[in-house]
Write a protein that binds this ligand. Structure first.
Ligand code: GLC
Length: 575
């Protein structure tokens, strides 16, 4: 009898925990920790100075030891290399510089044997201008791939603008598409539409409300766009059959053109592409690069990012310059800076909007970095202590954590490295990993000048080897944070999140995770000064379970609790 009551109680408790998770999402997702790898820069196995798949396979034990459960690799397919692999020539073949399709299968098998999932980058919205599809589409004759691309017969007038427009406004107006017209001398027509660079012609998934005056604007369900959908599913199926665990979909919001409110693109994913994927691969994952979870989760993606793009989602927290890339107009003092002059409200308003919009349906993920914007270790934020504070934030927030390779050891952003393969100012975030004290820090046996990009030349640079040897290193700290996240569900992907400190006094930032008996409190102070704050009383004295170990105090009072946080510190409490 007692056992029966216990079983019923346990089942009820489990369903409570599970209810926070999206119904029908992959069972492993709640506990996932994703590590993003830029394949050219992670580990070279054949001495040509460029990373490759066997190299990544050889580092999987390390990745597992950090506490990671899944890797996402930037595109590894045959590419024209004008945009770091995002200009795909052959969607069904691994680029020879990374190895072969068999090397990918071997990597997946080894990863699975270690309990690590493998996520590929799916460039759904465009191909390379060197692809066979695009070459054929340029012909005047009506051939198999003719309608895989969009060929305007004339360029409409740019609508008059009333003053400077930001990226968001531009992309959500008809000016957005006109700015993507590329002049062409192909027999097919005078223009094609690109997605990003001129070398990346947009694939044709149709237009929302096609304009009869513009014959190139096909309906979403016209034969060309329907064939395009079948091809995309075929690509997904091809790689899923090889054992991969899902995709991060590049520019997922870009598919249907002139779709200003994104309703047609959401419908396309929700009613067809994502529906088909989840029905066939219920234990696998679709991550959107959409930068607007309120839309992408409605489109049936499992996760979307909240970082540099879209509404500049977290720029006020981390960026020393505009969009975290080049010079200009950014916050001079991001929140995560010793000066302590940042603010939280901009980020808070944007984040809470997205968080509330998708709670229980999917995840908002704030990655520690990615290949498109400056690294965390940048500008005036390079000390181990500062990086520990930022990592505490990233790894104790809700959603699935994403770490960009090297962020776990504080790999530094190197501004001004030569721009390669369309990376421009983004190359500073794509430099080769630093493993040990051997030649080229263990990344490659090639001559140093042959490396894909130069490494951080600082003689005191952090490497995996030096970080492992130091008990107080960032790497060991990150490992402990990930262990804590696993141990305390209140710190996990599904547990509630609530800011409890005041936006009027941004330092320290204090947030609560979890509910009821299972609650944690995280106190983050990136500023150099000791700070204190009062919050409505919790009625109990919490216990410190993690953090940077600097001076802190928590005094539970009758009406309010008083918290003191040392300069540049983070503390995790458990009630
Ligand atoms: C995405 C990628 C970026 C690429 C662009 C075009 O934003 O992250 O690296 O340049 O799409 O594919």
């Amino acid at each position: 009898m007692t056992r029966r009551i216990l079983t019923v109680a346990l089942a009820a408790a489990m369903s409570l925990v599970a209810s926070a998770q999206k119904p029908g999402q992959p069972s492993w997702l709640s506990d996932a920790v994703v590590y993003q790898i830029y394949p050219s820069s992670f580990q070279d196995s054949d001495g040509n100075g460029i990373g490759d798949l066997p190299g990544i396979a050889s580092r999987l034990e390390y990745i597992k030891s950090v506490g990671v459960t899944a890797i996402w690799m930037n595109p590894i397919f045959v590419s024209g290399w004008t945009d770091g692999g995002y200009d795909v020539i052959d969607f069904y073949k691994v680029d020879p510089r990374f190895g072969t399709n068999t090397d990918l299968v071997n990597l997946v098998e080894k990863a699975h044997s270690l309990g690590i999932k493998v996520i590929l980058d799916l460039v759904a919205g465009h191909s390379s201008d060197q692809s066979e599809w695009f070459k054929q589409s340029q012909e005047a004759a009506n051939l198999r791939y003719s309608d895989y691309y969009i060929w305007p017969s004339f360029k409409p007038e740019m609508p008059a603008s009333d003053g400077p427009q930001d990226y968001y406004a531009l992309m959500n107006s008809s000016a957005g598409i006109i700015s993507k017209f590329v002049k062409s001398d192909a027999p097919r027509g005078p223009y094609y539409i690109k997605n990003f660079f001129d070398t990346q012609p947009a694939l044709n998934f149709g237009f929302a409300n096609p304009d009869p005056e513009h014959p190139w604007e096909q309906a979403v369900d016209a034969p060309g766009p329907m064939a395009m959908r079948r091809e995309l599913k075929n690509i997904m199926q091809f790689w899923m059959d090889k054992g991969v665990d899902g995709f991060r979909v590049d520019m997922a919001a870009s598919l249907v053109k002139n779709d200003f409110d994104k309703s047609a693109t959401i419908k396309l994913w929700k009613e067809d592409l994502a529906k088909w994927f989840h029905e066939n691969y219920p234990e696998n994952l679709l991550i959107a690069e959409w930068f607007n979870p309120s839309q992408s989760i409605a489109a049936d993606f499992n996760i979307d990012f909240f970082c540099h793009d879209g509404t500049y989602n977290y720029s006020t927290l981390f960026f020393y310059n505009r969009r975290g890339r080049g010079a200009g107009n950014g916050p001079v003092y991001p929140y995560f800076d010793l000066e302590g002059k940042g603010e939280l409200k901009t980020w808070y308003d944007l984040y809470t909007f997205q968080y509330e919009a998708v709670k229980g349906k999917g995840y908002v993920s704030m990655p520690s970095g990615n290949h498109d914007f400056n690294r965390l270790c940048d500008g005036a934020r390079t000390s181990t202590d500062q990086l520990k504070v930022a990592m505490t934030f990233f790894l104790t927030m809700p959603g699935v954590p994403f770490m960009y390779y090297g962020d776990e050891i504080g790999l530094k952003h190197i501004a001004g490295v030569p721009a390669v393969e369309g990376g421009g100012g983004r190359c500073g975030t794509r430099i080769p990993m630093l493993w040990d004290s051997s030649e080229n820090a263990g990344f490659s046996t090639a001559a140093t000048e042959k490396l894909y990009l130069p490494q951080d030349p600082d003689p005191s640079r952090r490497t995996v080897e030096s970080e492992l040897a130091d008990p107080n290193s960032l790497l060991n700290y990150v490992k402990r944070l990930l262990e804590l996240r696993k141990e305390f569900k209140a710190l996990g992907a599904d547990a509630d999140w609530k800011l409890v400190s005041s936006l009027e006094q941004p330092y320290p930032m204090i947030y609560q995770r979890g509910e009821g008996e299972s609650r944690c409190l995280v106190v983050i102070n990136p500023s150099a000064k000791q700070v204190s704050a009062a919050i409505p009383t919790e009625g109990v004295q919490p216990k410190v379970i993690g953090g940077t170990g600097k001076k802190q105090s928590y005094k539970a009072g009758k009406t309010e609790d008083k918290i003191i946080a040392a300069g540049c510190s983070a503390t995790i409490y458990k009630f």
